[in-house]
Design a binder for this molecule. Structure first.
Ligand code: SF4
Length: 753
């Protein structure tokens, strides 16, 4: 096996060397606490009491364990929890920075009512605010009805696992089906691929990093993201261990931090679908595919094989800007290593053919015989086996453009039209919780117009941001340090199953409330509800009936929420066998992976018909100190960030662009002015800019951070996004770039005037 660019790891062989986790040492350490932590739980301080509190970071999927030092009712310091068996002392800078969010002088600590234009708010009491909201909402429900009510739920809502059942219960009582969220800007196409392949949008195989010897990473930068759709806090150690014993290849249009550390294969943005198709074809063509494995586990593989025949490595190489030999060589190397796996994330989820790309990535693992094999791809663990969220076929289509909802969420690109287009079903009332779609979704300018024209707009948030500054009311909510929490959101994506429940570290600041209090109260006022769900009861039920639970007494040694609470640093649970996880993970009635169907056939036909005109292609990147847009008011995070447009010197030269120049990036959907930075790290013919910038809300530090809202360049025409999933086109947008002083941006994308 080729071992170029391999770096040495501090880890050494054996099980501990592969995972970096010495379980026996950890158990010995915990045993000194009595009953694996029972005494520790009993001795923990109450919320707000002085002392050391155990918690975990809810910012990203790694859910790292943290400890908080509280003094005088305030958090003095946040640091790593070295007794947490999941993260074992790992955190990144964002976790401790939550203290700055809690005590941010711009944070909202009282309900606010808008009394003038955008951002013109005055304080209002909870009673007055909730009474007015309930009355106005009742009038809308009694008039145009529930179709006139919508909700946008931002990413942090889903980490609030104990309270979102109450939020969803409220929207269910209203019978509104118009839910929007961040999925279509992130992983919705992965969900649709999951549904086609496995019959469940929420079950996807994970890479078995602990036993993998050859890892192909497509469109992911785990050294910065700390893992996405996988929850593994100490990813750097795991990747280093793989490189130590084998090889990692990162396929990406930019030499990312991860690509820099391992091997990099650079390709044109939004062409990975071609490379993956050609790799699968190569396995079949060169008799490297594991046909016995395919026969046993999959249906439709022959049809897929035949359909991929026209996608030769030479054709894919031309589309991707790669060497044909690189594609063929990667496929051969992948097939040759028994413990190999291909993994992908956001980079292939937000293109023109993102569902197909995700499907082909899994097809590569299947054809290589890597599915459900040690070191290959495997399903995570399920806390419970039932999935109540709906997948395809969609339970509804968007009113304009007919785009599908996936797990009950409509695509973000449909949101402005749902609010603006006249009709009896036009949205007149909107709830927005921890969201900022003006910066995070396509069509921000249209959305701003729409938000300003609503009959009722209620936001729940920590700050006045670019979206909720148009709200009639902003109801201030707690941070995760002021509420209880559990690591259930990411449970299915954990490479080793782990659960933790934590209590609030401090009391809620000022006059803020939890989401379950707010929406429970609205349910009582509007619907006289007497049965508002209680998040902890739901969690306890899920734990009890799930694979690890006590089955309400039938398995006395099984887990309950009460047992979980007695182990404040969390519990590592026994892994289920790969076969058991496969049995639970595949929901198709025949128990097989479906590699073919009408949707796949149609997407391949669309791929063949697509013509790339060679324009500059814009794609995104992520910074270690950013999490979308909501932590840009934290000085210690934002001071080292300076959003620039990365452009290859060969693309900059004909346009007369130098580092530091102001340039205009434009296309048919919008134009932004940004600072250029010449970089050989990006693929020729592409430019790269991070999202979530261009602040103009009530957060002063963020407003001064500069940058521009790159999502203004994303197509807003529903016909221009991927129809299977409604995924926004955010990686691979055709743009023109010219010096800002140039009177008009050239139309041919080449820079000549
Ligand atoms: S890696 Fe994620 S979960 Fe861990 S501290 Fe950083 S932001 Fe929090």
């Amino acid at each position: 096996m080729r071992r170029a660019h391999r770096r040495r790891s501090p880890l050494r062989g054996g099980w501990a060397g592969r995972t970096g986790f010495d379980r026996s040492a950890w158990e010995a350490r915990m045993a000194t606490r009595g009953d694996m932590g029972t005494e520790a739980a009993a001795g923990l301080p109450e919320p707000g009491e002085d002392g050391t509190h155990v918690t975990f970071c809810h910012i990203c999927e790694a859910v790292c364990g943290m400890v908080a030092q509280v003094s005088g009712g305030r958090i003095a310091k946040l640091g790593p929890d070295r007794d947490n068996p999941h993260s074992r002392g790992h955190i990144c800078i964002k976790g401790p920075s939550m203290r700055d969010v809690v005590y941010d002088p711009d944070r909202l600590l009282r309900p606010m009512r808008r009394v003038g234009g955008p951002s013109e708010f005055e304080p209002v009491g909870w009673e007055e605010a909730l009474a007015d909201i309930a009355a106005r909402l009742r009038a809308i429900l009694d008039g145009p009805g529930s179709e006139a009510v919508a909700a946008y739920l931002g990413n942090p809502v889903f980490f609030n696992t104990l309270h979102w059942p109450v939020v969803f219960d409220f929207f269910a009582r209203m019978k509104t089906g118009k839910l929007f969220g961040p999925n279509s800007q992130d992983h919705v196409s992965r969900m649709v691929a999951n549904n086609l392949l496995y019959g469940d949008p929420l079950r996807m195989p994970l890479p078995d990093l602990a036993d993998c010897d050859f890892l192909i990473i497509v469109g992911s930068n785990p050294l910065v993201s700390h893992g996405s759709m996988i929850s593994a806090p100490r990813l750097r150690e795991q990747l280093d261990a793989i490189a130590e014993r084998g090889r990692i290849v990162v396929v990406d249009p930019r030499r990312t931090e991860t690509a820099e550390r391992f091997e990099h294969l650079s390709l044109r943005p939004d062409t990975d679908v071609w490379m993956l198709a050609a790799m699968v074809r190569t396995l079949f063509d060169e008799q490297l595919a594991d046909l016995a494995f395919l026969d046993e586990h999959c249906v439709g593989w022959r049809a897929l094989r035949d359909a991929l025949a026209p996608i030769t490595p030479a054709l894919a190489a031309e589309r991707c800007g790669l060497d044909e030999a690189a594609i063929v060589g990667l496929a051969r190397d992948f097939a040759a290593v028994p413990r190999a796996v291909a993994y992908s994330r956001a980079g292939i989820c937000r293109g023109r053919f993102s569902t197909l790309a995700n499907l082909l990535l899994d097809a590569l693992n299947m054809a290589g015989g890597k599915f459900c094999q040690p070191g290959g791809s495997m399903f995570g663990h399920a806390l419970t086996t039932g999935s109540k969220l709906k997948g395809r076929p969609p339970d509804r289509l968007s009113r304009v453009g007919g785009l599908p909802s996936v797990i009950s969420f409509l695509p973000g690109v449909a949101m402005p039209d749902e609010l603006l287009e006249p009709g009896v079903d036009r949205v007149r009332a909107l709830f927005m919780i921890a969201g900022n779609p003006v910066l995070s979704a396509p069509g921000g300018e249209a959305l701003e117009r729409a938000l300003g024209g609503l009959d009722l707009f209620v936001a729940c948030d920590l700050f006045v941001n670019e979206s909720n500054k148009y709200a009639d009311y902003i109801l201030p909510t707690v941070t995760f340090l002021e509420r209880a929490g559990a690591t259930t959101l990411t449970f299915g994506n954990m490479l080793a199953p782990y659960l933790q429940y934590v209590r609030p570290v401090i009391e809620p600041q000022g006059d803020v409330r939890r989401e379950d209090e707010i929406f429970g109260e609205l349910s009582r006022r509007l619907f006289a509800a007497t049965d508002v769900p209680v998040g902890e009861e739901i969690l306890d039920g899920h734990i009890r009936i799930g694979a690890f639970g006590n089955a309400f007494g039938e398995r006395p040694d099984g887990l309950t929420l009460d047992r979980l609470k007695r182990q404040p640093h969390g519990i590592m649970l026994e892994s289920q066998s790969r076969e058991e996880r496969k049995r639970v993970g595949i929901k198709h009635a025949d128990g097989k992976v479906h590699l073919w169907g009408d949707a796949i056939r149609d997407e391949l036909a669309r791929l063949h018909a697509f013509r790339d005109d060679g324009a500059l292609r814009l794609f995104g990147r992520r910074h270690l100190m950013s999490i979308n847009s909501w932590m840009h008011n934290v000085e210690r995070l934002v001071r080292s960030q300076h959003p620039t447009l990365l452009i290859h010197p060969d693309d900059a030269a004909p346009r007369g662009i130098a580092t530091g120049d102001r340039v205009v990036v434009a296309n048919d959907y919008g134009a932004i002015e940004v600072e250029a930075e010449l970089s050989e790290a990006v693929h020729r013919g592409s430019v790269c800019y991070p999202h979530g910038w261009g602040h103009d809300g009530g957060w002063r530090r963020a407003n001064g951070a500069g940058g521009a809202n790159v999502n203004l360049l994303s197509p807003t025409d529903p016909a221009a996004v991927e129809q299977l999933s409604g995924a926004s086109l955010l990686d691979g947008i055709d743009v023109r770039v010219a010096l800002a002083a140039t009177p008009a941006c050239p139309a041919d994308g080449k820079g000549e005037t």
